[in-house]
Ligand binder design. Structure first.
Ligand code: ZN
Ligand code: ZN
Length: 398
């Protein structure tokens, strides 16, 4: 039996291990930068299996290094460990034991799958060439944990030449893997617009500069960014998600604030959207003699899969689940801080199907009833292990 097929078989055989790990992490979820229990669990196992283990990176991050041979390639695999501030509503034996905290995005599964893949890679250390770096990062959910891991050097010494990550995906059936070359996920950003008018009596609007009417005009005009400023063949989002002003029925307030998000699949589109948010907000306000303050705070960059890495990942995915089950997916406008790694190193991010309608597993990510079909976990283990194996042994080939 070839080493490749042995790794696949072992991944499928370690089903119980990966499910147990996942349930352990699921029962004890931890919020961003508080992943102490999880990272202790991970680092103990990695040490037990012969990894060189670095802890406390970006507060709670763990880096496991497996040096298989002195020369050769260096590949990194990444999992995120953080949970969300959501009260779990599933009635399952492995329900979260921490009130108000839940693994509602599936990062418990990512950590469990990468840890199980670590066991397999360690088993075959003497037959592998090069070095594997396993990155268990904190704070993917809005905390930019990936950026801090990079700033603290996880991609250096030895320098990582390729990186792979995956996300459980509840809009894709279990047994399938989603892949796409180029932009897969969007850049994220937050805007805060403050309109400063001049308040007064609701019965004397002519003596005021009404920030509510001005805000209404800004909100409607912001909709023209996507419909009138953006090339119809490009993708972007501008959503006003919070509007606050006023306290009484007969008082025109001084100020109004609008908060929302902008998303794009390319930096060019992101820059255009930001420019138009600022121009529209300020110019509409000035047309009504109001002041306007606009803050634009970038989140993560777009997640862009490198072509050679994506081709290699496609071959690996076809080997694991069969070519019929590897789906060419459309990009989505969610964001992922895996993008920071891809800004530094070529790599690819995969979607692992975990939906199962027959089992009633259909809740979307970040929902209080989110769950995954655990039968998909061994495929994720196989993907992680074989992506590393393939890159170490053959590189990108083309
Ligand atoms: Zn999430
Ligand atoms: Zn996530």
């Amino acid at each position: 039996m070839s080493l490749k097929s042995l790794i696949l078989r072992q991944a499928l055989d370690l089903r119980e291990m990966v499910v147990n790990f996942r349930r352990e992490f699921h029962m004890y979820p931890e919020l961003a930068y508080q992943e102490k229990r999880t990272s202790n669990f991970v680092s103990k196992k990695l040490e037990e299996w012969g990894f060189e283990v670095h802890t406390g990176i970006a507060e709670t991050g763990v880096l496991g290094v497996l040096r298989c041979s002195n020369d050769g390639r260096v590949v990194a695999l990444r999992a995120d460990m953080d949970a969300l501030p959501i009260q779990e509503e599933n009635d399952v034996p492995y329900k979260s034991k921490i009130p108000g905290v839940m693994h509602a995005c599936g990062h418990d599964a990512h950590t469990a799958m990468l840890l199980t893949a670590a066991k397999i890679l360690a088993n075959h250390r003497d037959k592998l060439l090069g070095t594997v770096k396993l990155i268990f990062q904190p704070a993917e959910e809005g905390g930019n944990g990936a950026k801090r891991m990079i700033d603290e050097g996880v991609l250096k010494d030895p320098d990582v030449e390729a990186i792979f990550g995956l996300h459980v995906w509840n809009s894709l059936d279990a047994g399938k893997v989603g892949l796409k070359e180029g932009p897969l996920l969007a850049s994220t950003g937050r805007f805060e617009i403050e309109v400063e008018g001049s308040g007064g009596h609701g019965a004397s609007p002519h003596l005021t500069i009404d920030p509510i009417v001005i805000s209404a005009s800004i909100i409607l005009n912001l909709q023209t960014i996507i419909s009138r400023s953006l090339d119809p063949l490009e993708s972007g989002v501008v959503s006003v998600c919070s509007v606050h002003s006023g306290t009484a029925f007969n008082v025109i307030p001084n100020k109004a604030s609008l908060i929302g998000t902008y998303r794009a699949l390319t930096f060019n589109v992101r820059d255009l959207i930001k420019k138009r948010i600022e121009e529209i907000s300020k110019n509409v306000s000035s047309a009504f003699n109001a002041k306007c303050n606009v803050k634009l705070i970038d989140g993560v960059p777009p997640t862009v899969n490198e072509p050679r890495a994506t081709r290699m990942a496609r071959k690996v995915a076809e080997y694991v689940v069969g070519s019929n089950n590897v789906i060419e997916v459309k990009p989505t406008m969610g964001g992922e801080d895996f993008s920071f790694y891809l800004e530094n190193v070529p790599g690819a991010f995969l979607e692992l199907g975990t939906r199962n309608e027959k089992k009633g597993i259909t809740a979307p990510h970040h929902n209080s009833r989110f769950d995954i079909d655990e039968s998909a976990l061994p495929y994720g283990v196989a993907l992680y292990a074989l992506l590393a194996y393939n890159f170490l042994m053959e590189g990108f080939k083309d």
